[in-house]
Structures are given as C-alpha cells and as structure tokens.
Design a protein around this ligand. Sequence first.
Ligand code: PEP
Ligand code: MG
Length: 747
Amino acid sequence: MTKTPETESRKLLSRLQAVMAEADAGQERLDRITHLIADSMGSEVCSIYLLRDAETLELCATQGLAAEAVHVTRMRIGEGLVGRVARSARPINTANAPDERGFRYMPETGEERFSSFLGVPIQRLGERLGVLVVQSKDAREFSEDEVYGLEVVAMVLAEMTELGAFVGEGAALSARHTSQFMFKGVCAQEGAAMGHVWLHEPRVVVTRPVAEDPDAERARLVEAVDQLRTDIDQMLTRAPVGDAEQREVMESYRMFARSRGWLRRMEEDIALGLSAEAAVEKEQSSARARMETVPDAYLRDRLHDLDDLSNRLLRRLTGQGKDTGAELPSDPVLVARNIGPAELLDYGRSLKAVVLEGGSVGSHAAIVARALAIPLVINAKRIATEALNGDPVLVDGDQGIVHLRPEDTVASAFRDKLAMQAEAQERYASIRDKPAESKCGTVVQLNMNAGLMADLPSLPTSGAEGVGLFRTELQFLTRARVPRRGELANLYARVMDAAGGKRVVFRTLDIGSDKVLPYMKPQDEPNPALGWRAIRVGLDKPGVMRMQLQALIRAANGRPLSVMFPFIAQLDEFTQARDHLMREMDREAALGHALPETLQVGAMLETPSLAFAPPHFFELADFISIGGNDLKQFFFAADRENERVRRRYDTLNVSFLTFLEQVVHRCAEGDTPLSFCGEDAGRPVEAVCFAAMGLRSLSMRPASIGPVKSLLRRVDLREARAVITEARATGAQSVRDGVMAWLKRQG
Ligand code: PEP
Ligand code: MG
C-alpha cells in the first residue's frame, strides 16, 4: 500500500482502536496513545492534556516531555499555548513556539528544547475536553494534512473520553457523568422541585469512532444524506405556504444538506479513518465551537440549523432515535438545550421542573412554564451535556440553581426546604376560604392569573376569587397558524364554564415584543419592547382582534363578560378598541347571537403616560389593571428581559410606590375599579405595600395566593402605611428595609 496521509491516518486510528481494546487502565491507554501518535507523526513529543475542572488543564500523558510532569503540570484555560488552544477551540501551529504570543515555559516538562508546536482541541459537540499536542525540535510548521490528521485523532480521543476510556487515577481522569455538578442559571419561573432527569433530546452516543473500510462508510454517509435530503424536500412541500419562518428554516436545512462543502469535509474525515457517524460529529463539533464565537445572530441561527441537521443525520446513522427505551421517571425534570412552547405543552404538568441551557425570561417556553406553574431555570450552561437520563436533580427555581447528582447533604437540606414549603402550603389551605382581610379590617380581593384551560382547576384550590388576568396569547403562540374563531369561542366558553360564575377578565391578544407569533412576519424593529405590539397591532390590523372579540361574545353566550385591552398608552387607543368591541356587539346581535348579560371593558395600565390621561379615560374605563411587569420596565427604563438590568430597580422604590399611589388617586376620582396583575402582586411583601398604597385588588399566580393572603391577614395596613410614609420622609430610596424591619418586629 502506498504511503498517503489517508493510509497513514487509518493505520494510526486502527492502532488507537486496538489500544482501546487491549489496555485496561486509563493511564496505560493514554501513555500508549501518545507513543503511537508521536511515532506516526514523526514528532519527538506528543502530549495529552485533559480538563481537570472547568478552568484547568492537566498534562495527563506524554511521550517526549519529562515523565515527572505528568499530573503535575497544569494551566488555566487561556494560559500558555495549550490553554489558548482550549479557549479558542482552534489549532495553533507554529514553527517557533517560544516566540509565539502567550508561550509559557514550564521548566518541569523540559520543553524548551522543542521549537515547533501543533496543538488541536479535544472537544465533543462544543464541550471542551482537552488539548492534543505534538512538538518537534526542528523549526517547521506542520502541513495542512498533518493539522487535519491530528484533528481527526483528537476527535477519536474525544469519543473515547466520552465512552469513559480514560477513567483512572489522576484528578483529570476521574469518571465523567458521575460527579455532582451545580449550575447557576437564571430564574424564569419560581418554585423548587426534586426529581430525575429526562432529556428532551437524548444524546447520540458514537460507539464506533474508527472504521476500517472508508468506501463502506462513504456509502453509508451518502445514503443517509440522500434520505435526509428527501425528508427535507418532503417537509418543505408540507410546510404551510404562509408559514414563512418554518419555510425559512427548512430552506436553510436544504441548503446545508445540499452543500458540497459539508459532505466533502465529512468524506475527507472518513478517508482519514473515521466512521461515518464520527465524521458527522466532527463537523458538528467544529460548527458548535464556531457557534459560540459568532456575534451575528442570523449566522448563529444558521449554525444552529446545521447542528439540528447533524443530529438528524446522526440519529439516522446510529439508529438511535429519540426513543432510547428509557422510561419517563415518575418525577421528571426536563433538561434540554431549548424547547418550543408546543413541545413543552405536550409534556404538560407531568413535569416537576424544566432546566434549559438557553432560553430567555420572555421566551415562549418560559411563558408556557409560567402558565403551567412549573419551576423553570434557564441559561444553565452545559447541563444538557452533563446530565444523563435518570440522574437525580434538584431545581431551585427561586435562586436559578440546579444541583445535578447532588451529594447527600445537599439533597437532605433541599428536602427540608421542600418539607417547609409543604407545611406552609397546608397552612395556606386552612385560610383558603377566608378573606384576605388585614388586621385593620381592610379586605383585598385576590384573583389569579391564567392562560390555559388547565389553569382553571386552581381557581377553587387556591382560594382565588376569580381570574384577574386571562392571557390569551398561548393559543396563538403554540400553533402553526391563527386559531379559528370557533376554536377560540369553544375554549373561552369552557374557561367560563370552569370558572363557575366567578369573574374571568380576558385580555385581548398581547403580541409583539417578546411574544412573536410563529406565523407573523417578524418586524425588524430596533426596540421591540417599545415597538409595534399589543393594542398597536390590534388597532392597525384589526382582523384578528375583531375575530377574538366575536369569539368572546359568543363564548359568553348571555353570561357576563369582561374584556381588557393591553398596553393602552393614551385615551384614543382605548376609545378605538372599545368602539371595535361595540361594533362587534352590534354585529353579533344582528346575527342573532345572544349578547353578554353585562359587559365590562377595561384597560391595562402598562405605560406611565396612561396615569396622566384625561379624566374622560378614567370615566370611560369600567376597570383598570396595572401590568406591573411592563409598567416597571418603562418606569425605570430597564428591559424586563435583560438580566443585567432587570433586577436593578426595586419595586418598593419610593418613586414607584408614589406613582402607584397617584394611579390609585386618579382611579378613585373617576370611581374606576383598579387592580394590579404583574408578577410583583404575588410577592407577599410587595403585595402588603401595594395594599398600603390603596390597591384593593391583586391578581397573581395561583401558588402565590396562599402566601400573600397569609401575610395580609397578619398585618395592620395603617401601620404599613406609616412605615412607608416614614421611609419617604427620611429620603430613603426604597422602603424595603423599613418594611422588612417592621415585619420582623411583628414576628
Ligand atoms: C404585565 O406587563 O405586567 C402583564 C401582566 O402582562 P405580561 O406580563 O403578559 O406582559
Ligand atoms: Mg404586559
């Protein structure tokens, strides 16, 4: 056989494979592998550095450097040439290492004698595992073929690492997927839960990274890619014509699947000795590494598409479907890189909690998780890579912390916390049918927020007096097209039936900004939160809003109806929206449909401007509800979805409370019932302060009703008011400290 880079590479890979089969201990395998690679590349040195922890690399085996340095030499990610390779996930190839930026001399390794250096990352699907290095005395740059060849070897090492081939002595050789991990993410829905991991997309495991027969592998790859292309073409013909976004994704899948470059690179990998699936994964890994560094969101999306496509191909080649045969645990905690709202709804309330690698507070998945009242932690980096199906996991949605495979002490402390919460729930159950009446005799009405039919059973169990906010977006967000009037009317009617005569306030469609409909052309707006959203869309393109209003009138079918328009910023928006509703009433009457027994038309106060509207607005509105989530973001000019700023301003800031007090006054002048339905209403201390400022109706998540009622019943609102007045007088920025101190004095 002639000596080509391909045959050399294949020979090397099959020797590596043999080492895997022969040597038992992880260390012995690594030693023999460094020897083989150095020999095959004709270099004096070959070293393998593996990650000891997230930040530190450890020399785990070497041929050519001082043996004493093994498990002694360590460097941080980014430090020295090896650390730079790990950080950038790109090779460094230099003829003169000591002159290279960032070179760090490690005396214990004796490496000063070596001039040329080639380091390539050992990574699997964007996960850093280590660095593979070859060095030579003569000052030469390694050829492109050599770099590529070493990357292929690194890929095989990555697969072997994943399969646990190097578990053994030495801190960096400890077993993966067995140690405990803590992830610090971001809280997107509060609550605590413990359970067992259920991976939304179980990882494909490549058990055969090396293959002897490149022709057979190439044929397997080509066949799988062909099938994939056919699938994509079929999906494209099935994708609804109006669904621009879905079509765009499918088109980019098609583009990748037909890309010669992608297939060619994988064929080259195969020629060097990788199996078809290892070749797919190698290209997927480098795409993931690029994904992390690309600043452009559009390009990142495209790389994401390539990632999804690679997954499809891997499943096809390995025969590993989503169905791995694993059984859904009885207490599943869903772990995923990301998940769509419809998929999350499919799991429904069976989930104890959800943990995502990506996501945002306002994502559709977050909206669904909130609607289902399932604790949700987002931005838990790497959890989908670390977790395995069935791993025990603790989710602290309040703090945004997730413990994977927790130690006993952590688990038992967590169990105590859950037990305390359960006890508190029992206490709340005992006051469920009592009013939220403060010690001074003020009664505050507590309602619940909802968004799904599935929320309605919480109405009696939480003790809520009604539904203060029914968000109608979910039915629009989770479908591929606009729902039909009949479907909506049916749902709204069932919601009213389930409420059994209690009041339900339906908010008309509040889309735009964070809530983008899958079938709505995305608006390229510089500031979506300040852009074309909610009632602005409803008034400019009234078709959907009118259809929704008809559905509501039909659903009421003679019963009382409350409708609320979101995001009203000035009087004429309210009058116009109200006029639409009145016209629909006339039209429905003309069609012979029963009209609601009573009709209440309200507005959400979500922009400060509305508090200064003319008196006529307050007279015209049958009720007003403060959307504190949006109001706060505009009051403080702090994006509610931006982690950097969203917690920066305290709700109990004196300016904000003073503003609320003004709204209370304006409503009192117009005799307009006022409520507060943002998330803050469900926080007991905030709720007490709102009540002290004069609010007499609050709407919140069902789970918050108990804690809020319990605190309200234990305090004297006149005292709370005095504490706030005093804090104001002393020039405090926030009344929180004063209020907390007063609450402590109450015990
Ligand atoms: C709000 O803004 O406070 C509100 C209740 O509406 P959403 O959170 O749906 O924007
Ligand atoms: Mg809002």
